[in-house]
Write a protein that binds this ligand. Structure first.
Ligand code: FES
Length: 150
């Protein structure tokens, strides 16, 4: 049987896969190709299947990232709420980085994602595992201050 995408991996294997990828990412802060190969071997999958599944989820990273990964939603609901562009511009100004970059102190990485499954409470952004909804630029400042202090 050939499995070509995350949608064709059965639910049990997908659950194990996501857990294994999450654990692998926790070891280095991102998924190395060696880590994905090991996951593939242990789950009886091909490296391609694992890579395709991993790239489907915005929570996985494939290069070193900062301590805090800030993901700003640029999906339609957030765009229509008038937030995505404002939030992104504000973050770029405050952090002096563009999407895909990490601050020099290694604290923040900025990313754009398509949807954080929070369309009804847009605009939204996620920092590591924490979702922030109905976001304003003032709230972004508070969040950044808290993260710098913590
Ligand atoms: S479009 Fe932004 S959370 Fe869905």
């Amino acid at each position: 049987m050939t499995v070509t995408g995350v949608g064709q991996v059965d639910a049990a294997k997908r659950s194990m896969l996501l857990t294994a990828l999450y654990v692998a990412q926790a070891q280095h802060g991102y998924l190395t190709s060696e880590a994905m190969d090991r996951v593939a071997e242990r789950l009886g999958m091909t490296p391609k299947e694992v890579y395709e599944a991993a790239t489907f989820y915005s929570m996985f990273h494939f290069a070193p990232v900062g301590r805090y990964v800030i993901q700003v939603c640029e999906g339609l609901s957030c765009h229509l709420a008038g937030g995505a562009e404002n939030i992104l511009e504000h973050l770029q100004h405050k952090l002096h980085i563009k999407p895909g970059q990490t601050t020099r102190d290694g604290l923040f990485t900025l990313q754009m994602v398509q949807c954080l499954a929070s369309c009804g409470t847009s605009p939204a952004m996620r920092v590591n595992d924490t979702l922030y909804e109905n976001l304003t630029c003032d709230q972004v400042d508070i969040i950044l201050d808290e993260l710098r202090g913590g």
